[in-house]
Design a protein around this ligand. Structure first.
Ligand code: NAG
Ligand code: NAG
Ligand code: NAG
Ligand code: NAG
Ligand code: NAG
Ligand code: NAG
Length: 408
């Protein structure tokens, strides 16, 4: 005998099955929208693998093994947990975790989410300066670039009467007459390894809600780029101490009418940085020169204590060449990278904050481009992501420390 397959029953089963598939699909879709699909896909596999091993070694640390999407606050709290447990820098686990960053030779080798996961897991390890590795790196910089002698144009390295070649070839030369010469300091103001601990602030949106202000302010020397706001609203996250601040000439041109009109508003903005030295790329091209000189006139006219320095175009060129040999190609390196490179020679230990140019933080949350706004940079000019990737490698080698989490 065979049972008579009733059409209705069959249809009923199909409908149920169909509903089941649909709801599964909707739930998955929602998850992907909420948490970013790549994150789920590669996050899970990688996390689980490491969780077992790490769990056994601390006994204090609890991985959520669902890739972090358990609850609304799941990602955040897991990130906190990740920061808390700390393995010794030289432990075998940390050797392994550091290698997992270093074996990513180029960015396109892994998915971004995979890189983020490796980076996040590495946060379990205490960071330590590897003096051997840092000194090797510093000696390369001494040979190519020599910041303690050439970082800025000085009366010593740029004598009166010479023709100084601009950085951009087509701009030609500037004749160093007496008037230009007297804008330069007699000598370079900083010496090799003068400062113990330096912080370089990259202005990335990752700094928002980081509460790293106190930690940044406790550094011996603080570099900031592009005249970033450090008003009360931001100090909890970014601090206020500033020893060097760079200014992009386009800011002076756009926000302060090239200083051809009222100059006090500009002076008042500068006063927020107290005695920080102001640094500009006056000799990048001819367009930059006049506005850069005018900033110096403003400081002098208002009898400011702040010093004014100009990047030496040969220093910038040599630094660019140095990084190009390391595989970093861009139309122009960012001023952040310039400062980090200079800091490597002027400081014993270099710490980076706000250097994270991805659209998401390491936990997969979208962040703004800067901590103070969401204005995107000119496309194709800088290669920020490659620069950051490079810093992650340096962090893994113990040459400098990249901070991307919250501070306690
Ligand atoms: C995990 O730890 C327990 C005791 O702490 C130990 O007996 C066990 O062998 C460890 N497992 C691994 C895989 O290391
Ligand atoms: C880990 O989980 C256990 C039990 O689930 C709990 O007792 C312990 O406090 C947790 N540890 C941490 C560091 O959260
Ligand atoms: C790191 O650990 C290894 C052995 O595990 C040891 O030989 C070496 O001296 C340690 N290095 C440092 C810098 O502590
Ligand atoms: C420190 O760096 C040197 C040179 O790169 C390397 O040989 C050494 O293993 C590193 N030490 C640690 C503890 O990572
Ligand atoms: C830049 O590098 C060139 C070639 O290595 C060297 O001759 C020159 O002195 C360097 N200039 C500066 C300013 O460091
Ligand atoms: C400004 O510089 C002077 C002298 O270099 C120093 O004594 C003073 O503490 C500095 N002020 C601030 C706020 O850093």
């Amino acid at each position: 005998m065979y049972s008579d397959p009733s059409g209705r029953d069959l249809l009923g089963n199909r409908t149920l099955f169909f509903i089941f598939i649909c709801s599964f699909a909707i739930v998955t879709l929602l998850q992907q929208i909420l948490y970013g699909k790549n994150y789920i896909k590669s996050g899970l596999h990688y996390k689980r693998e490491n969780a077992e091993e790490l769990d056994n070694m601390t006994g204090t640390y609890n991985f959520t093994d669902d890739g972090g999407q358990k609850t609304d606050s799941g990602l955040n709290s897991r990130y906190f947990e990740l920061r808390e447990a700390s393995f010794e820098y030289n432990s075998s686990t940390c050797w392994k975790l550091r290698n997992e960053i270093m074996e990513v030779k180029i960015l396109s080798m892994v998915k971004q989410s995979e890189l983020f996961d490796r980076w996040k897991t590495l946060q379990l390890c205490k960071w330590e300066l590897n003096e051997t590795a840092a000194n090797i790196f510093k000696s390369h910089l001494t040979r190519c670039c020599n910041a303690p002698v050439y970082l800025f144009t000085t009366q010593k390295n740029t004598p009166k009467g010479i023709k100084l070649k601009y950085e951009v070839d087509s701009s030609g030369f500037i004749f160093i007459d007496a008037e230009v010469f007297q804008l330069f300091p007699k000598e370079m103001p900083y010496s090799r390894s003068q400062f113990k601990k330096c912080a370089v602030i990259g202005n990335g949106g990752i700094l928002k809600n980081s509460r790293c202000g106190n930690e940044i302010d406790s550094a011996d020397f603080v570099f900031r780029c592009n005249l970033p706001p450090i008003s009360e609203k931001y100090t909890t996250d970014v601090g206020a101490k500033t020893d060097i601040v760079t200014i992009n000439p386009s800011i002076v041109t756009e926000r302060f009418q090239k200083l051809e009109k009222w100059r006090r508003p500009f002076y008042e903005v500068l006063q927020a940085y107290e005695n920080a030295s102001v640094v500009m790329p006056a000799f990048y091209n001819t367009r930059n020169t006049d506005v850069s000189f005018r900033v110096k006139y403003v400081l002098d006219d208002f009898e400011s204590q702040q010093s004014m320095f100009y990047f030496h175009p040969r220093y910038i060129e040599n630094v660019s060449r140095f990084w190009m040999r390391q595989g970093l190609r861009a139309k122009r390196l960012s001023s952040g990278l310039m400062l980090v490179t200079a800091a490597m020679e002027l400081c014993e230990e270099v710490h980076l904050y706000g250097f994270w140019s991805f659209s998401m933080d390491p936990s997969g949350f979208y962040i703004t481009h800067h901590y103070y706004d969401n204005v995107k940079p000119r496309p194709g000019f800088h290669k920020m992501t490659t620069e950051i990737f490079n810093f992650l490698h340096m962090h893994s080698k113990g040459i400098l420390q990249v901070h991307t989490g919250t501070c306690s």
